[in-house]
Design a protein. Structure first.
Length: 386
C-alpha cells in the first residue's frame, strides 16, 4: 500500500465536516436546554428522561429509513430535505412549552437528526479505506465533539426561561445547508451500486461485538447527554460547564484512539477502552463531592465513553463491502438508537436516590462491553465473503 493511499486528504471531506459541525452546534445545546428548562419547571426526572427517549426513538426510525432515501435521492437532496424537517420541528417545539406536547415533536426532531448523521457518516466512510478509516472517523468525531463542546458555551448567553434558544439554535441549523449548496456536492449512490440483501442479522453475524457495543454505546451517551446537566445542578455546578468538560474529553481522545485502532486490532482497542471507562465511572459514583475531581473524571468519562461508538463503526465497516456501508451504518445507528432510547429511562431508575447513580449505570455498561469483548473474540464471518 502506497504512502499516498495512507495519507489523509482532509480537504476532500471538508463539506461533510462543516455540515456536521453546524448541525451539532444547532442540536446539542437544545438537548441541554431542555433538561435544564424542564428541571427548573419542576418536571420529574423520569418524565425528563422519557422526553429524551422520544428524541432517541425518532433517531432509531431515522437510522432505519436513511438508506432508502440515500439510494433514491443521493446524499445532497436527502441532507437538504431532512435539515429542513429538523428546522421545522424546532419551530413547532418553540410554539408551546409543555413536556407532553414536546413528546411527538422530539420524535420528529430525533428522526431527522438520526438520518442526517447517517448521510454524513456514509459520505465519509465510503470514501475511506481500511487503512484510513479510523483516522477519518476520528477527524469526524473531533469536529463533532469540538462543536458540541463549543455549543455548550453558548448556553451561557441564552435565557432558559423563554423560547429564544429555539430561535437561536434553529437559525444556526439553517447554515448547514450553505456548504451543500455552495461547495462541492457528494456523488449520488445509484440503486444498482447498492446491494439489497443486507439485513440486521447479517451485521450481527459479521460483527457481533461491534453490534452489541453500538447498542450499549447508545445507553451510555444518551445517559450522559440527558443527565449530566441535572447531576451538575444537583451538585451546585454550572451545568453547561460540566457538559462541556465531558464533551471536551471526547474531543481530545478521538484522534489517539482512532490512530491506535488503525495500528492494532480494533476489537482489542474497544475492549480496553471499555475497561478504562469502568474505573472513573465507579469513582464518580463512590467519591464524596469534590469539584476538581468531578470535572477531571467527567473529562475522562467523556474521552473514553465517546470513542466507543466510532470504534464500533470502524470495526463493522471493515467487515462489509463499500456498497453495503450505508446499510451497515444505518444498522449500527439503529442499534445505537435503541440503546439511546432506553438509556435515559434506565438511568432515571439508577438516579432515584441520587443523581450520581447515573455513573453506576455507566460502569455497568462499560463492564458488559468488556465482558462481550471476550465472548466475541473472533467474528463468525465476513459479509464481503458471503
Amino acid at each position: 500500500m502506497s504512502f499516498m493511499e495512507k495519507k489523509l486528504n482532509i480537504k476532500a471531506f471538508l463539506v461533510p465536516l462543516i455540515c456536521v459541525a453546524l448541525i451539532v452546534i444547532s442540536n446539542s445545546p437544545i438537548l441541554t436546554y431542555i433538561s435544564i428548562k424542564l428541571k427548573a419547571d419542576g418536571i420529574p426526572k423520569s418524565i425528563i428522561g422519557l422526553n429524551h427517549s422520544f428524541f432517541y426513538g425518532g433517531f432509531v426510525i431515522g437510522s432505519f429509513i436513511a438508506e432508502k432515501f440515500i439510494k433514491k435521492l443521493g446524499f445532497s437532496k436527502t441532507f437538504t430535505i431532512f435539515t429542513l424537517g429538523y428546522l421545522f420541528s424546532i419551530i413547532v417545539q418553540s410554539l408551546y412549552i409543555n413536556v407532553y406536547f414536546w413528546f411527538p415533536v422530539r420524535l420528529v426532531s430525533g428522526l431527522c437528526i438520526g438520518l442526517l448523521y447517517i448521510v454524513i457518516e456514509s459520505w465519509l466512510v465510503i470514501d475511506s479505506t481500511s487503512l484510513t478509516r479510523g483516522r477519518i472517523l476520528s477527524v469526524y468525531m473531533l469536529v463533532f465533539y469540538a462543536s458540541q463542546s463549543f455549543s455548550q458555551v453558548l448556553i451561557k448567553f441564552v435565557n432558559i426561561h423563554n423560547l429564544s434558544p429555539f430561535y437561536l439554535f434553529g437559525s444556526i441549523g439553517v447554515l448547514a445547508l450553505v456548504p451543500i449548496i455552495v461547495l462541492k456536492k457528494p456523488k449520488k449512490m445509484m440503486s444498482e451500486e447498492l446491494e439489497h440483501n443486507f439485513k440486521l442479522k447479517n451485521l450481527i453475524i459479521s460483527a457481533p461485538f461491534a453490534s452489541i457495543s453500538a447498542f450499549i454505546a447508545g445507553l451510555i451517551l444518551s445517559s450522559i447527554y440527558s443527565f449530566t446537566p441535572i447531576y451538575a445542578s444537583d451538585n451546585h455546578l454550572i451545568p453547561h460547564y460540566l457538559t462541556a468538560a465531558t464533551i471536551a474529553g471526547g474531543f481530545v481522545f478521538q484522534w489517539p484512539i482512532g490512530l491506535l485502532s488503525d495500528k492494532i486490532n480494533r476489537k482489542r482497542v474497544l475492549r480496553i477502552t471499555a475497561l478504562l471507562l469502568l474505573f472513573p465511572s465507579l469513582i464518580m459514583f463512590l467519591l464524596p463531592y469534590n469539584k476538581i475531581f468531578i470535572y477531571s473524571l467527567s473529562f475522562l468519562i467523556g474521552g473514553l465513553g465517546f470513542t466507543i461508538y466510532p470504534l464500533c463503526i470502524t470495526n463493522a465497516c471493515d467487515k462489509v463491502s463499500p456498497q453495503n456501508i450505508p446499510f451497515a451504518l444505518g444498522t449500527l445507528a439503529f442499534l445505537y438508537g435503541i440503546g439511546a432510547m432506553l438509556g435515559p429511562t434506565i438511568s432515571a431508575i439508577f438516579m432515584k436516590h441520587s443523581s450520581s447513580g447515573m455513573y453506576l449505570f455507566l460502569a455497568f455498561c462499560a463492564f458488559f462491553i468488556f465482558l462481550f469483548g471476550f465472548v466475541f473474540k473472533k467474528d463468525k464471518c465476513n459479509f464481503n465473503q458471503n
